[in-house]
Design a protein around this ligand. Structure first.
Ligand code: B16
Ligand code: MG
Length: 217
């Protein structure tokens, strides 16, 4: 049987979550908004525009569309600077062996990311060829926790949602997978990702045996 293995990008394949945080933090500091790592959890998996709104809400700031556009551009410019030197060494531990294993056993693989920068990141880290389908922030209208991004990914792989498995580091992404009736696998802190069906601290804890059981489930 074939299952769709759908990977989130930021925080699952690469640790770009830290770069998103730094770029947002700079804007929050400029605006005098207290923006902690805890607040940042709310931004994971969330679109760029929605992220800015969440930060402005934290500071109870009412901004014009013009200002918002300016900050959105600044955030992405700063974020892209962190990506300039990115290479395969930034792939999180344990991810590559699982991608290789899935390829070896001919299971379909997709990317399901909210990021509009997903393709360049997959190219820089030299793993784009593993993906049979790529669905990112440029392809969706509804952000996670809406399941749209994962549903399109499964559709592109011609696999039903029930036979789809989603690896996610964000609360919004785990909820999106659950709402889409997919098997959710949380990667990260169990105290934030408790809604996931399975939770692992990172990919080094995911074995090929576990992958096999997912396929048979
Ligand atoms: P961009 P993922 C998400 O990617 C990030 O988790 C989230 O923090 C970010 O705001 C969003 O992408 C948009 O990213 O600004 O690059 O378009 O986790 O869904 O892969
Ligand atoms: Mg993520």
């Amino acid at each position: 049987i074939k299952k769709a293995f759908i990977f989130d990008l930021d925080g699952v394949i690469v640790d770009t979550a830290k770069y998103h945080y730094l770029a947002w933090k700079k804007i929050a500091d400029q605006l005098g908004i207290d923006f902690t790592h805890e607040h940042n959890e709310l931004l994971k998996g969330v679109s760029r525009i929605r992220s800015l709104d969440i930060i402005l809400d934290l500071g109870k700031i009412d901004a014009t569309q013009e200002d918002k556009n300016k900050w959105l551009i600044q955030k992405n410019d700063d974020y892209l600077l962190y990506l300039v030197d990115m290479n395969q060494s930034e792939i999180l531990p344990g991810v590559l062996p699982i991608l290789k294993y899935l390829k070896e056993i001919k299971q379909p693989i997709a990317l399901g990311s909210a990021s509009k920068n997903a393709r360049p990141i997959l190219e820089k880290t030299d793993i784009i060829s593993y993906f049979d389908a790529i669905v990112d922030g440029n392809d969706v209208t509804n952000a996670k926790p809406d399941p749209e991004v994962f549903l399109i990914a499964a559709q592109k792989l011609a696999i039903s949602p029930e036979n789809s498995i989603v690896f996610e580091d964000s609360i919004a992404g785990v909820q999106a997978a659950n709402i889409g009736k997919m098997t959710s696998i949380g990667i990260g802190d169990p105290s934030t990702l408790y809604e996931a069906k399975y939770i692992f601290n990172d990919f080094t804890e995911i074995t090929t045996q576990f992958v096999d059981t997912l396929i048979q489930e």
